[in-house]
Write a protein that binds this ligand. Sequence first.
Ligand SMILES: [Cu+2]
Length: 72
Amino acid sequence: MTTVTYSVPAMHCDHCTHTIEMEVGELQGVQTVKADLNTKKVQITFDTPASEQSIKALLSEIDYPAEGLITL
Ligand SMILES: [Cu+2]
C-alpha cells in the first residue's frame, strides 16, 4: 500500500472535494481518498493496479490537476 498527498489548488468548495473523493475513489486499486478543502490537499492510499501516474492522469481529466507531490 502506498500513500501520496497531492496539492490540488483548483479545489475551492465542498463540491470539489466530493467530486475528487468520488472520482478517484472509483479508480481500481484506490483504497482511501481524503480531500481537505482548507489545505487544498488530497491524500490517497492505493495498491496496484492504481499508480501515481493513473491517479494524476485522472485528476487532470476531471480538471483538478495535482500540482505537486507532498512528501511527509
Ligand atoms: Cu468547488
